[in-house]
Design a protein around this ligand. Structure first.
Ligand code: GLN
Length: 538
């Protein structure tokens, strides 16, 4: 294979058109033709990473194996491609500036005025090429966050212009745009697309391919019009109509031949037709489930579903593995209390308590867990969800009425969840949690060992607090067992109820980040199965 090729994906007219899904779908098709592909996201905001962002601002923070806190689009890339991403796959304006400013302080530019062009754009270009230089990939798809015309994303677009100038045929630009539908006249309108392409042209970038998001099919005549006004081939005007599931989009793009148009532009051979047997089998099961369950997702950010993106997708994968449609009932933890918990949970076959930070809604989570424990409803607690299960057990089974996590109650004598030793002197908030992949050994005979079908696992973390081992014996004597332990520092990673409950598991890590179409996560698969088996006669 000759030099690495680069595909840039920009967006126009409106945000939220789904650049991440289009990028992931193209990557899937290229991968299915035998190419090694990865995707990179460039984010125009000034935070160094999204780790410090409230989920209401930017949805979930996705965590990679190497402990990078990243944009949730990286989750789509992994779920579609089944290949891990890393810090190099997500770069923000903040990170670019931080690198350049640190270099300036070191004296790397002595005598020079440090400027957006060339210093910032050089650093952007270096980051884009970095993934290509690892030698692991044939094609890098770089998605530029934001919308063309934003002040913030200008340096990224300028870097694309320079990279095209330097690398010519090794690059291809896809512009994702919107064709709004005017119901009054019954037409799709192309003018916003024309304007957005003109804006790109002002910056010196001619898109090669236009992917047009639209509610209705785009006619041949309209395609010819768009092609004429925007200087692209008519076969490079790609229609992207609304899909019933994001997992349909690769097949829509295949039908539109997006992969072929990209490969032709990059002067790469088509190889074979995309090998998508497993993908199509997944879609078949997704669309034709043989049963259905409703699972409660209890969290405090539920107004914005993107805050729990990976969990929702992990349920889709696990549902397919069980040929079962999982309906998520989103329940606000602030709206649950002892008086209404039975009512809130009456339709649920299982309950997942979500990750989170801070004490808003915490007592609602604890009430829900108590109810699930006592009424033997299958339960999965993730990170803060696991910590709440520990607190609930301490209060209501061990009788430690003031038990809490020291995150919520600094003064409690019974801090059954406590700050990790290594976190005690950490004052900086960004990138300082226990992050990324850590090993965990599973107890023989435990529910989790049966679910994974193995004794050693690696899972991704994002937290500062942990199970307080001072209390471990008390918990185990009373029936809550640590069935997953980090072999290096003895941290409790998993708790489960020993008996008298069909499925009650809390995990300190985030299994949802590792669930993909090809590899649905074993804990989610087993949890959905437990939901299907719950009070079958009902
Ligand atoms: N707030 C908890 C901690 O920092 C849990 C974090 C999480 O749920 N990701 O330990």
């Amino acid at each position: 294979m000759s030099a690495v090729k680069y595909v840039f994906v920009t967006g126009g007219v409106s945000s939220s058109l789904g650049k991440g899904i289009i990028s992931a779908s193209l990557a899937k098709l290229l991968q299915a033709r035998g190419y090694k592909v990865t995707i990179q996201k460039l984010d125009p905001y000034i935070n160094v990473d999204p780790g410090t962002l409230n989920p209401y601002e930017h949805g979930e923070c996705y965590v990679t194996n190497d402990g990078a806190e990243t944009d949730l689009d990286l989750g789509h890339y992994e779920r579609f491609l089944n290949v891990p991403t890393s810090q190099a796959n997500n770069v923000t304006t903040g990170r670019i500036y931080q690198t350049v400013i640190n270099k300036e302080r070191e004296g790397a530019f002595l005598g020079k005025t440090v400027q957006v062009i060339p210093h910032i754009t050089d650093e952007i270009k270096r980051r884009v090429k970095l993934l290509g230089e690892t030698g692991n990939y044939d094609i890098i798809i770089t998605e530029i966050g934001g919308t063309v015309g934003d002040i913030e994303s200008l340096p990224f677009i300028e870097s694309v212009r320079q990279l095209i100038w330097e690398m010519g045929n090794s690059c291809c630009v896809i512009h994702l745009t919107l064709l709004p539908y005017l119901s009054v006249t019954g037409e799709l309108k192309t003018k916003p697309t024309q304007h957005s392409v003109k804006t790109l042209l002002e910056y010196g970038v001619q898109p090669d391919i236009l992917v047009c998001r639209s509610e209705k099919p785009v006619s041949a005549e309209l395609r010819r019009k768009i092609a004429l006004f925007c200087n692209v081939n008519v076969n490079a005007v790609i229609e992207s109509v609304d899909a019933s599931t994001i997992y349909d989009v690769p097949l829509h793009m295949l039908k539109e031949q997006l992969d072929k148009v990209v490969l032709n532009k990059l002067k790469l051979p088509l190889h074979h037709e995309p090998e998508l047997t497993a993908w199509k089998a997944f879609l078949g099961k997704l669309k034709h489930p043989t049963s259905e369950v409703t699972i409660g997702l209890i969290g405090k950010y539920i107004e914005l579903k993107d805050a729990y993106k990976s969990i929702a997708e992990a349920f889709i994968h696990a549902g397919v593995a069980n040929e079962c449609k999982v309906n998520i009932e989103w329940i606000h933890s602030e709206k649950i209390d002892e008086s209404n918990v039975a009512d809130k949970m009456k339709n649920l076959k299982a309950v997942l308590v979500a990750p989170g930070f801070g004490d808003r809604g915490i007592e609602g989570k604890i009430s829900a867990i108590k109810y699930a424990r006592e009424n033997k409803i299958p339960f999965l607690g993730i990170c803060l969800g696991m910590q709440c299960a520990v607190v609930e057990f301490a209060r209501n089974v061990l009788g430690l009425k003031d038990a809490h996590s020291s995150e919520m109650d600094k003064g409690t004598k019974n801090a059954v969840i406590d700050i990790m030793e290594g976190q005690k002197n950490v004052s900086m908030k960004g990138g300082t949690m226990r992050l990324g992949e850590y090993p965990c050994n599973l107890n023989k005979g435990s529910k989790v060992a049966a679910a994974y079908g193995k004794a050693k696992i690696m899972e991704r973390h994002r937290h500062r607090y942990e199970f307080n081992n001072k209390f471990l014996k008390k918990f185990e004597d009373a029936g809550m067992i640590a069935t997953g332990i980090n072999p290096n520092d003895n941290l409790v990673e998993i708790v489960e109820l020993k008996s008298n409950h069909p499925w009650f598991v809390g995990v300190q890590f985030h299994p949802e980040y590792k669930s993909t179409v090809e590899n649905p996560h074993p804990l989610f698969v087993r949890f959905v199965k437990a939901a299907m088996e719950f009070r079958k006669e009902d």
